[in-house]
Design a protein around this ligand. Structure first.
Ligand code: ADP
Ligand code: MG
Length: 349
């Protein structure tokens, strides 16, 4: 099993934003000379995270952000056996926290608007494939077909306070939790009068305002062929007050020894196998971090044509950068002016 999750696509952005807002940079700027800043790192939700804030309360804001990350990790992680979600998956019943309820509704919106491409009920499928801890391996087709009968968020019963699962069903917020955590941190920044901030939660980068010198944050898009080489980016996108989230099949995968086929951790709920439709990565840019995270997974599952069709209907909610297996890059119109690359790219309008 190869896990390339630690510093992934948008963690490359972390390098860029670090380089772009070094201490000397903003010290040279008279207006922002006296702005205190704070950066802290931690490992949570199975990945490395960095939180940076500028402002009088930066230290307090960053420390509150770290506490919030840990709180949400303990609540939402399927890897922690005492989390709300793990208890739900074990017992089939749970009282919903406000956070889980919000995520259920958001996931439901993404599930229904993407025709089920995003589906938090993939949990038993993730378990069958061995992506929930342990060594992943190719299950028998018969087993996959059996588990598929359990999948579908429309088959889950929940109301404002309670959720009830059928036998064998389970919830996995892994495709949306980091995005939600980012949104919560943005609220913490706001409450603490932060003037500028940026966070990198594994593959998710979220920026608060602009850089202290007034310019946009620059986020790097990893080359899916060289995910670990931060000097080999596909391009960069410049944004403010946005979440930039990438899903790619190169993040967690294994090769089946018998067939030589590679499988990864993003499931196509319509087949029960990992999504395989010619896309190497999808980056979503949106002011809603939870939506961006869910849609990066969903659009990756949908494939290029359907993802573009979906964007046309929802272009006020997000923009995206698609990279397919022919190494063609497609950028949607809303961010085409903010995207830079050495390579040729298409603009979708
Ligand atoms: P990552 O979390 O690796 O950055 P994603 O945001 O795309 O990447 O989320 C992938 C995770 O989402 C998987 O590890 C799994 O927990 C969950 N997942 C996999 N397939 C789906 C799907 N079709 N819909 C919703 N969640 C999914
Ligand atoms: Mg996602």
């Amino acid at each position: 099993m190869t896990i390339r999750k630690i510093i992934t696509v948008l963690s490359a952005a972390a390098l860029l934003f670090t380089a772009g807002c070094s201490f000397s940079d903003y010290k040279n700027n008279k207006d922002t000379e006296s702005i205190p800043s704070c950066t802290k790192e931690l490992f949570a939700m199975d990945t490395y995270m960095t939180v940076t804030a500028y402002g009088e309360n930066s230290e307090k804001a960053v420390s509150e952000a770290l506490t919030e990350i840990q709180r949400l990790d303990s609540l939402l992680s399927t890897g922690k056996k005492d989390s709300e979600i793990s208890i739900l998956n074990k017992t089939g019943k749970a009282n919903l926290s406000e956070d889980s309820r919000y995520l259920m509704d958001k996931a439901d919106y993404i599930f229904s608007s993407t025709g089920g491409a995003f589906d938090i009920t993939v949990y038993p499928l993730m378990t069958l494939w061995g992506f929930q801890g342990g060594e992943p391996s190719l299950p028998e087709d018969k087993q996959i077909k059996e588990v598929l009968t359990l999948i579908g968020q429309d088959r889950i019963k929940y109301n404002d306070s309670e959720i009830i699962l059928g036998n064998g069903q389970g919830i996995d917020f892994g495709g949306i939790a980091k995005g939600y955590t980012g949104d919560r941190i943005m609220k913490i920044f706001e409450k603490n009068d932060i003037v500028s901030g940026i966070i990198s939660l594994g593959g998710n980068v979220q920026c608060y305002g602009k850089k202290t010198d007034g310019s946009l944050w620059r986020c790097g898009i990893t080359d899916p062929d060289n995910p670990e080489d931060k000097s080999s980016l596909i391009g960069t996108v410049e944004v403010s007050d946005k979440s930039v989230v990438t899903s790619g099949g190169y993040e967690r995968f294994f090769k089946d020894e018998n067939s030589g086929v590679t499988y990864h951790h993003i499931m196509d709920p319509s087949t029960g196998y990992s999504a395989d439709n010619g896309l190497l990565s999808v980056t979503i840019v949106s002011s809603d971090g939870t939506l961006a995270d869910g849609l990066s997974t969903a659009c990756f599952v949908m494939g290029e044509d359907k993802a573009i069709e979906f964007w046309r209907q929802h272009s006020s909610e997000f923009d995206m950068i698609l990279i397919n297996d022919k190494r063609e890059i497609t950028v949607t119109q809303g961010i085409s002016q903010n995207f830079t690359s050495d390579r040729i790219w298409n603009v979708e309008s």
